[in-house]
Write a protein that binds this ligand. Sequence first.
Ligand code: PHE
Length: 341
Amino acid sequence: MTDLKIMKEKIEAYKKQIQESVANTSEQLEDFRLRFISRKGVLTDLFDEFKTVPNDQKRFFGSELNVLKQLAQDKFKDLVASLEEGNTKEEAAIDVTLPSLTSKGTIHPLSQVKNRIIQIFERQGFSVKDGPEIEDDFHNFTALNFPENHPAREMQDTYFIEKNPDVLLRTHTSNVQIRLMEHGKPPFRSIMPGRVYRNEAISARAHCFFNQVEGLYVDRNVSFKDLKQTLYHFSRELFGKGTQIRFRPSFFPFTEPSAEIDISCFICGGDGCKICKNTGWVEIGGSGMVDPNVLESCGIDSKEYSGFAFGMGIERIAMLKYQIGDIRLFSENDLRFLQQF
Ligand code: PHE
């Protein structure tokens, strides 16, 4: 009798489980099928037990089991139907014509500044040239007149990939000057934007990679006044008509004479502020007349030709232009920063 009582309890429990079953996913549907429909499921066990039910109870339990089996099959059909309907409902819920809630993409501030720089120089007759970021010692240093023991060749500045012969990540875009001149004939009038690498501690003001734009103009009778006028025009276009330009004597192995390029502070107009540290001037890059040794190492007759070159940091210019206080923001991909441009 106890067995029969247990069997009755089981039938009631399964009935309840079947009625309460839901299938929101095909996995849940499959679970239901395995438990109540398949030949290895619980109902098959019940039908096996039924064989041991005494004859006088067979009628009652037989009908109970058949009702249960029918219930399971009906429920299964319902679950299949509602899952399919749910899927189509979900598809219908996605309205592909609705405007997106996420923001539209914008052009990265560095690309915006770079594109503007390119535009200004293209209008002065400069073309845009590209060169490798992985470079050999010759194009990054030797051809640029770096003496053998120059400190910039040492490990603290340069990321070396291989030693002897040296392969390195270029430390400046001046390598493209060399690549341009060694394979061509003057005149050359190009700018060369690109990424450079230096083994420096990362901080708000310095990064181990950043972008530069190099400029080179080589022809007969190119003089310092051409350099001055080109950069003067550039500064006024980029920073505003009232911008003044100033050259401070400096040193680069590949230019002689060399000069640091300052522009009058476009925030305070030269009166002194935080950006220009109260000097009225901000530095934007380096420049100079191409050293005759550099021309000669590229097979160009330095008695016939002369030229000027300049190099500027694109991050630095973008930081000045938009008053960005931290160089790391350019490479962090923080949407809160990028969406402002
Ligand atoms: N290559 C120099 C630098 O990275 C910049 C520069 C380029 C200076 C061309 C003068 C002429 O600092």
